[in-house]
Design a protein around this ligand. Structure first.
Ligand code: ADP
Length: 394
């Protein structure tokens, strides 16, 4: 048995899970928030218990040491030597990382070099990696990339029709994200289908949302692009739009390109259309109370998701299963119904009553007569990260 830490470090937060492997059991999970502030917050959940502390945390290194100390004080581990590996989620691995990588100086440098493609994420991941290296210097650390799973896309799929030199000079292409989640769900779905060659479409719908076409376990297309902005509308992101909009809005509202990209990333999607919230629960409430714009936000998203599913159906040459995952995919039955009802022409049919009862559990929700199986499969990115660490330790 090994204890492996799966870590997701942001600019002012660190999320982690301590897993017992290979059993894939969560021993503890936690979150450090507001790093850099006087009232930083540490939460650790274990054995149905919750420990919370508010105190100043100067930086990531201090936060990590504090969490490790708490793991001992709370008797979650007897000594830090029990933690034998740490896996770090890294958003952008570019074309360089075709697999998870054992972290050394060269790997850190390469992650840093990719910062132009993920300016908000990669530098924060490095801060997290360094904090864990300092606190656990003898422990193997592994970087697990959101982009790796999509590196199997064909060139005709990942290239934009921009001048070719942008690809050569700046790495401008579609990378795709949520790869760890899509990979996990694809593997679970393949087990459920019990079929060697499978054609699967995954709808990862959380605050961020993306689709993935998976053929025989490999990603052949995905909806996010150079950055997570491309694809379907999300909690706060537009998804695809006509780039000419940037010029129009900057002229009319006297905004910089950065301001407008901020609007496209943070003030659009559910929140932009509804004016109510980016959260699916608030939107559902609004919709049920007759707010037309809350309903419209879901309808726009459902329509665009179906556009992608239809195009992936053709690309895959059929479809064995559609899977819903992440916060909204796992919990919002009316959106799943909205989507699958639009796919009747492909022979997809929901078990409408069953669908309404599924919240966050793995279930088949299609009708027995459906030509495409429809599943809800809760995602588990932490387990995928821990699996990659174990693979690299072998
Ligand atoms: P991310 O990881 O991208 O931040 P999540 O996968 O956690 O996003 O999804 C967040 C979304 O899931 C929010 O819109 C939230 O309303 C929705 N969600 C989570 N749990 C539930 C639930 N039980 N019922 C309805 N919606 C939920």
């Amino acid at each position: 048995m090994q204890k492996i830490m799966a870590v997701n470090a942001g600019s002012s937060s660190i999320k982690f899970q301590l897993l017992s492997m290979p059993e894939e059991i969560v021993i503890a999970s936690g979150l450090i928030e507001r790093i850099g502030l006087e009232d930083a917050n540490v939460t650790i959940k274990y054995n149905d218990k919750k420990h919370e502390a508010v105190q100043p945390i100067k930086d990531h290194a201090v936060g990590v040491k504090l969490v490790l100390k708490m793991l001992i004080e709370l008797k979650i581990v007897d000594s830090l030597e029990e933690i034998t590996g740490v896996g770090h989620r890294v958003v952008q691995g570019g074309e360089f990382f075709q697999d998870a990588a054992i972290i050394n100086e060269a790997v850190i440098q390469k992650i840093a070099d990719l910062k132009d493609l993920a300016p908000l994420h990669n530098p924060a991941h490095i801060t997290g990696i360094k904090a864990f290296q300092e606190a656990l210097p003898k422990v193997i650390q592994v970087a697990v990339f959101d982009t790796t799973f999509h590196q199997t896309m064909e060139k005709e799929t990942f290239m934009y029709a921009t001048p070719y030199e942008y690809y050569e000079k700046y790495g401008v292409r579609k990378y795709g994200f949520h790869g760890t989640s899509h990979n996990f769900v694809a593997q679970e779905c393949a087990k459920l289908l019990n079929k060697k060659d499978s054609k699967i479409i995954i709808c990862h719908i959380g605050n961020g949302a993306s689709l993935c076409a998976v053929k025989d376990g490999k990603s052949i297309d995905t909806s996010m692009g150079l950055t997570p902005l491309e694809g379907i509308p999300m909690g706060t992101r537009t998804g695809n739009l006509d780039p000419t909009l940037i010029d129009l809005i900057s002229t009319k509202e006297n905004k910089s390109v950065n301001d407008i990209l901020n609007v496209f990333n943070k003030k659009s999607g559910y929140i932009g259309i509804s004016g109510v919230s980016h959260d699916a629960r608030d939107l559902t409430k609004g919709m049920n109370e007759g707010n037309e714009r809350c309903k419209l936000a879901f309808d726009i998203q459902a329509k665009r998701i179906v556009d992608y599913i239809a195009s992936y159906y053709v690309l895959l040459g059929g479809c064995d299963a559609i899977c819903f995952t992440a916060g909204i995919g796992e919990n919002v039955w009316h959106l799943r119904e909205n989507i699958i009802n639009r796919l009747a022409v492909l022979g997809a049919k929901l078990d409408t009553e069953k669908n309404k009862t599924v919240y966050g559990s793995q279930e088949l929700i299609s009708h027995k007569d459906s030509k495409i199986k429809v599943f809800v499969i809760p995602t588990n990115e932490e387990v995928m990260i821990a699996r990659d660490v174990i693979k690299k330790m072998a």
